[in-house]
Write a protein that binds this ligand. Structure first.
Ligand code: FAD
Ligand code: HEM
Length: 411
């Protein structure tokens, strides 16, 4: 398995002193720094926002916040190794980078634009040569940890660094009543099969939008591995007040049909189940967060149908519950599966209102996987803590870039 080295990275004492002294200032301005950084980076390299970065996350500010949080968390750890090692954070970033084909050479470009932003925000009088050198060391310690992990991920996938993009042909599309399209693809090149994956992983899907941009989005895999296909389920993100319709989900819903070719990447993602374990699983989701759980259940149905599994899903109503019929059908194939539903709309056979885990008995030795929107994740995490579930058994998947300063962070 790939891993992040957990030994304390070394920051030389004189650098540590300067970082400790300037961390409060950098921390106070880190959101501004990352906002200026992306503006500078995309000004200098427009191809990066057109074809690599998610411009929805930029528009919403999620990605600058995630980068700010990652830098602040990592720097904080370097000057206070008593803090927990940010291995989970590095792993999440590394898998995301690998699923986008990020390579070591690109770290220099990011470094140069990030440091230009730091100087622009804090001023050259504050960012003296000595301060810049200390933060340069922080940057490269973090970058090297990521580069090393990403290198391991590419080696494991058996590809050259960044060579993760594949052409795939759509072999099926099934529309779910909750506004979700389930798309199954196989390799467009019959001589090269699509790779295997671990339940809980995702792929990136790239589409060429009408303005010429190639935008990539991640989608969790909803099929069992083993037959050479990859299936993912896309929820159409509709326009709402002040928020335009989602670009890629709308394009996929409007354009993708059987026989079409799509650009996808190899599967990555570290919030996977331990397929060797026989201990119980608890799968908790809300809304489109159901997708990784469906992938896990498909795996169990094919390979471990006797593993005890408690499935908990929360939604507004049965009509908005993605892949509801498929979940029911999986329940008939999984004799050790228990299903608990929470709908805000009163519904027979389901709990009424918002998810309340105190109504359930959670197996003490279970691994708990959780996926949903940020507010839901925070609430579930608190409820799991109250129920005495140890942190290391809680695995949280989030569909937006993670702000590690919030309490919803995956562990
Ligand atoms: C690991 C992972 C797994 C995922 N798995 C799934 C899955 O299985 N199924 C699934 O459906 N999704 C999944 N997602 C989410 C998916 O990747 C996309 O984020 C989702 O499909 C929306 O993409 P989009 O291009 O349609 O929306 P975008 O265009 O990216 O828009 C996203 C949001 O930003 C808002 N926005 C965009 N531009 C602006 C603006 N200028 N001003 C204000 N608001 C703006 C939009 O209104 C929308 O609410 C996953 C994400 C991750 C990270
Ligand atoms: C030390 C340097 C870097 C750090 C700390 C960093 C940090 C991050 C973080 C925190 C995320 C969000 C992960 C999540 O989904 O929660 C992310 C995503 C991403 N990173 Fe990096 N990154 C670095 C270098 C790079 C480089 C060199 C590139 C390539 C140009 C890159 C491209 C991306 C892209 C394209 C995404 C996804 C953006 C999105 O979906 O909105 N990163 N990175």
């Amino acid at each position: 398995m790939n891993s992040v080295a957990r030994s304390a990275p070394e920051l030389e004492p004189h650098h540590a002193e300067l970082v400790r002294a300037t961390l409060p200032l950098v921390g106070a301005h880190v959101d501004e720094i990352t906002t200026v950084f992306y503006r500078t980076l995309f000004g200098n390299h427009p191809e990066l926002i057109r074809d690599l970065f998610n411009r929805g996350n930029q528009a919403q500010g999620d990605q600058p916040r995630a980068l700010a949080a990652a830098i602040a968390t990592f720097a904080g750890y370097l000057v206070d190794p008593e803090l927990p090692h940010p291995a989970a954070m590095l792993s999440r970033i590394g898998h995301k980078h690998a699923s986008l084909g990020v390579t070591a050479e690109q770290y220099r470009v990011v470094r140069d634009n990030l440091f230009a932003a730091i100087v622009a925000v804090l001023g050259a009088d504050v960012v003296t040569d000595a301060v810049a050198a200390a933060w340069d060391r922080v940057y490269w310690l973090m970058a090297d940890a990521l580069i090393d992990l990403e290198k391991q991920l590419y080696v494991q996938a058996g590809v050259e660094p960044g060579d993760v993009f594949r052409a795939a042909t759509v072999v099926s599309r099934i529309d779910d009543p909750a506004g979700v399209a389930v798309v199954t693809v196989e390799s467009a090149d019959p001589s090269v099969a699509l790779p295997e994956f671990i339940p809980g992983q995702y792929i990136s899907v790239g589409v060429r939008l009408p303005d010429g941009a190639r935008q990539l989005r991640q989608y969790s895999l909803v099929n069992a591995p083993g037959d050479g296909t990859l299936a993912f389920a896309v929820k159409r993100v509709a326009a709402a007040t002040g928020c335009p319709a989602g670009e890629v989900s709308t394009w996929l819903h409007d354009n993708v049909g059987v026989g079409d070719e799509l650009e996808i990447t190899l599967p990555f993602g570290d919030l996977t189940i331990d397929t060797d374990a026989i201990t119980p699983l608890v799968l908790i989701s809300a809304g489109i967060g159901a997708t990784p759980m469906i992938g896990i259940l498909e795996y169990l149905a094919a390979h471990a149908p006797h593993r005890r599994t408690l499935v908990v899903h929360a939604d507004r109503s049965p009509r908005t519950h993605p892949l509801r019929a498929r979940l029911r059908e999986l329940g008939t194939r999984l004799e050790a599966m228990t299903l608990e539903l929470w709908y805000e709309e009163r519904t027979e056979g389901a709990h009424h209102g918002l998810l309340d885990l105190s109504a359930l008995e959670l197996p003490a030795d279970a691994d708990v996987h959780v996926c949903g929107a940020t507010g839901f994740l925070q609430s579930v995490r608190n409820q799991l803590r109250d129920a005495g579930i140890p942190e290391h058994r809680i695995h949280i998947e989030q569909f937006t870039p993670t702000d590690w300063r919030l309490d919803s962070c995956p562990v």
